[in-house]
Design a protein around this ligand. Structure first.
Ligand SMILES: Cc1cc2nc3c(=O)[nH]c(=O)nc-3n(C[C@H](O)[C@H](O)[C@H](O)COP(=O)(O)O)c2cc1C
Length: 165
């Protein structure tokens, strides 16, 4: 018997799913790669630790994102795990700031392979594309990690219910 406030068959799954995902807390990262027009980056909560052997992460990238073409072309990329004080960087790379101006937000240096990496993050992962699977509007990307930089205390930026904790 369904209790009041619960939804099963006959419910609007799309709306319920969206609301369910608002209750999923996720750490925020900025993913950066080089494209034909220079470096491009986007905010992402879809980062998942995939395997330790080999060290690999999984990222879901919307096919409409400018980063997608770079990744599909096999461009190496960085995953910059944001610290709690970096909401502004998340907002900028989430689309609030024009693509060509995003790297003016935050302090950026380069990883050993010349890809921009953000300072004062939780960690920076340097990755190469090791697999891509298309699913609906997105591509599921496997990133093989070839370099890691750790910084400071553990205090990640968390996104939940359309806002930051
Ligand atoms: C907190 C947050 C998390 C996001 N997570 C993802 C994600 O995991 N995958 C994705 O494709 N877009 C995600 N987005 C949306 C992209 O960051 C946004 O659409 C970005 O503007 C795409 O880059 P572009 O404008 O260069 O195409 C997220 C946005 C925000 C603010």
């Amino acid at each position: 018997m369904a209790e009041a406030g619960t939804s099963f068959e006959g419910s609007d799954v799309d709306v319920d799913f969206r609301n369910a995902m608002r209750r999923l807390s996720s750490a925020v990262a900025i993913v950066v790669a080089e494209g034909v027009d220079g470096f491009t980056g986007m905010a992402a909560t879809s980062i998942t630790s995939l395997t330790l052997e080999p060290p690999a992460v999984l990222i879901c990238v919307n096919k409409s994102a400018s980063l997608h073409a770079c990744i599909q072309d096999g461009a190496p990329f960085t995953v910059n795990l944001l610290s709690r004080h970096q909401r502004e960087v998340s907002a900028a790379f989430g689309g609030a700031v024009a693509r060509e101006l995003r790297f003016t937000v935050g302090q950026w240096t380069r990883d050993p392979y010349g890809i921009p990496m953000l300072d004062d993050t939780q960690a920076n992962l340097s990755c190469v594309v090791d697999g891509i699977m298309a699913y609906g509007t997105h591509s599921i990307v496997v990133g093989r990690v070839r370099h890691v930089r750790l910084t400071g205390e553990i205090a990640p930026l968390i996104y939940q219910d359309g806002t930051y904790l």
